[in-house]
Design a binder for this molecule. Structure first.
Ligand code: WTA
Length: 635
């Protein structure tokens, strides 16, 4: 029996139980039967969840790009691997076949090598959603360089801190990027960032917008002329199963960027397996995930998962509102998309517009529609189900994280009965548990707790780049022996999971994870600011928005408040990126603090939400009187 694909609910339970009883055999079989290896493993898994030491497929040798590209060439050489849909609907779509992808990745890999990039070197990729982004990612993997894709909406200082944290040798960028009716000057941002990045030796620049850019002698090179001269064959590097594949930064509770490190074989097996099952991908399907490759969703479910399965994956450069609110549906209709995967924030934004935008187009090609990034509220779920899925395409509400590498809890389409707002059941191989405040596992159903995972899975991150101690403390110490997700969840009467949201200081704004600490650090750098506290509050499109409580220095007191608010948001924009701007700013004279000086965010969260009903115990506060003042002046 093959375990790679679940075909029925009965089989799901069979596979699930097998994965509980014999996780090693379960993953051994999947890895053995569905990939090409230079050498198989000696042992499936070795782990110590106390020390956060995890290894999968020990001593196996593999190259993920051989599995994404080379092995498909005989059967699917002419099949479209990447279907590029440009920002401007008037620009023609590009169908990049597996053969062509092979050529492009090999050429790019040869360019990287000729520019001095070697196995283990870090390469920062700061590109818009164009084919070169996927090609650059794969080219790094081909030669064993560790890619660190930084979302092209991050500011110069955010890029610089990421480049420096992992000591990147090279940056791959573009002159600019198109986003709706805007052009973003990416090279300019990189120029500013690189003033503070001593490790970067070379920058490769893709021409996309034909914007005039400054090319620094000896450092910056246009990519195309190098590709034109490059050989279209490349011998892939033989990678150990646990050799690093990529670093991807995510938000944490301190200002220091948190580079999650994923390794080769486990990530490959897990992203492929989850893609196949969650999207029920069949040969001939056209799969589209609207995320950006700058986030984990794009890594696992635009690039690796689909290509590992020989799929056709759509890469979309644009935004849902350009040239109008029908764009997503126009693209589905045009390319006869069969699987569509997006975020609740996009669904809510589109649900606000006239539903005629959806009805104008033929969506009958759709088979499965998905959601990721934050809890999907009931209203958005129904709108998606009624207008997009037409009540016939199941919604897969997929719960997972940058850290998990792939989808962990999700319905399997046509197999698991869906339930609005529920991510439903764990995938085979995933062992979720709910924990109470006393760190005990909560048994049974109809319970609520902190979501942990009690057994390793192949796709999990192995460490935080350069800081294993932080990895251990963040994920493996709150509930010793278990991986702590940072999310709260409930388990209903039949064992379905519903994710209720973060229980830590991360706020998810429009599907983007934002740590409050780095934003506070940025605000506190403003010369007029003494101290600040950021919390999230519910927002009907973004899911959550940010509310800042800010104490001014004496010197700032006389400043015009509206100007100050603007300046603070500009400051955040240039230090982190526009996504982290505050929706509301309230200037306060103090912040509620415990006697040990810790800000009581729980109270600020309630005030921001406009819920004054129960602040809980405020007697432990150093300054209980401040609560009234903040409450009275709430915006
Ligand atoms: C949240 C994105 C509810 C959750 C893949 C998680 C979700 C964080 C869902 C990870 C979902 C993601 N339902 N919440 N279906 N999917 N989340 O690292 O809080 O960007 O911890 O990975 O997003 O966000 P990240």
């Amino acid at each position: 029996m093959s375990y790679y694909k679940v075909h029925s609910l009965e089989q799901y339970f069979k596979h699930y139980n097998k994965s509980l009883r014999e996780p090693r055999k379960f993953w051994d079989r999947i890895a053995d039967e569905n990939f090409t290896w230079y050498q198989k493993w000696d042992k499936v898994v070795e782990f110590d969840m106390q020390e956060a030491e995890i290894k999968w497929f020990l001593n196996a040798k593999v190259n993920i790009t051989k599995n994404c590209i080379d092995r498909h060439l005989a059967k699917r050489g002419d099949k479209t691997a990447i279907l590029f849909e440009p920002n401007n609907p008037k620009e023609e779509a590009q169908h990049i076949s597996y053969n062509e992808l092979y050529d492009r990745v090999c050429k790019m890999a040869n360019v990287l090598r000729s520019q001095g990039v070697e196995k283990g070197d870090r390469v920062c990729i700061y590109l818009p959603m164009i084919p070169e982004l996927a090609v650059a990612v794969l080219a790094c993997a081909r030669i064993g360089a560790i890619h660190s894709v930084v979302f092209a909406g991050f500011s110069a200082s955010a890029v610089a801190s990421r480049v420096n944290d992992s000591e990147c040798k090279m940056v791959i960028t573009a002159d600019g990027g198109f986003r709706g009716n805007k052009t973003i000057a990416l090279k300019e941002i990189i120029d500013e960032a690189l003033e503070k990045c001593p490790t970067v030796e070379k920058t490769l620049v893709v021409k996309r917008t034909n914007t005039n850019v400054n090319m620094k002698e000896g450092r910056d090179l246009w990519l195309q002329p190098l590709l034109d001269k490059a050989d279209a064959n490349n011998v892939a590097e033989i990678m150990d199963a646990e050799d690093p594949l990529f670093i991807l930064y995510t938000s944490g509770s301190t200002g220091k960027p948190k580079g999650m490190l994923h390794t080769t074989a486990g990530y490959m097996v897990y992203s492929a397996y989850t893609f196949k099952n969650v999207f029920a991908y069949e040969e001939g399907d056209v799969y589209w995930c609207t995320a950006d490759i700058g986030w984990i969703t794009g890594h696992s479910y635009i690039v690796y998962g689909p290509l590992l399965n020989g799929a056709t994956t759509v890469l979309f450069e644009g935004v849902p509102s350009y040239p109008d609110f029908g764009r997503f549906w126009e693209v589905v209709d045009k390319h006869k998309v069969t699987q569509f995967y997006t975020a609740p924030t996009a669904i809510r934004a589109l649900a606000k517009e006239n539903w005629e935008w959806v009805n104008k187009y033929d969506l009958s090609s759709l088979k499965v529609i998905g959601s990721v990034g934050e809890p999907i509220n009931e209203e958005a779920w129904h709108w998606y189900n009624d207008h997009v899925g037409k009540k016939k395409s199941p919604i897969v509400d997929t719960w997972w994280q940058t850290e998990t590498g792939g989808i962990m809890i999700s319905p399997l389409p046509f197999i698991t009965p869906t339930k609005p707002t529920y991510a439903t059941l764990p995938l085979p191989g995933v062992q979720p548990v709910l924990m109470d405040d006393k760190r005990n596992e909560i048994e049974g159903n109809q319970v609520v707790g902190s979501l942990c995972i009690k057994f390793p899975w192949p796709g999990m991150a192995r460490t935080i780049w350069g800081d294993h101690q932080r990895f251990k403390e963040t994920y493996f110490s709150a509930y010793p022996g278990k991986y702590f997700t940072g999310d709260g969840a409930l388990r209903d009467e039949v064992g379905y999971y519903r994710i209720t949201g973060r229980v830590d200081d991360v706020v998810i704004v429009s599907g983007h994870n934002l740590g409050t600490a780095p934003i506070e650090d940025a605000i506190n750098e403003h010369p007029a600011v003494a101290e600040s506290a950021i919390v999230g509050f519910p927002h009907d499109v973004k899911g959550n928005a940010l509310y800042g409580f800010i104490i001014l220095k004496e010197s700032g007191e006389s400043r015009d408040r509206e100007n100050l608010k603007k300046e603070i948001n500009e400051h955040i924009s240039s230090h982190i990126g526009p996504i982290a701007k505050l929706d509301k700013i309230q200037f306060v004279t103090g912040l509620p603090k415990t006697r040990s000086g810790k800000i009581m965010r729980r109270i600020l969260r309630k005030i921001a939400e406009g819920d004054f009903s129960n602040f809980g115990d405020t007697t432990t506060l150093l300054n209980p009187e401040i609560v009234e003042e903040i409450k009275d002046n709430r915006i």
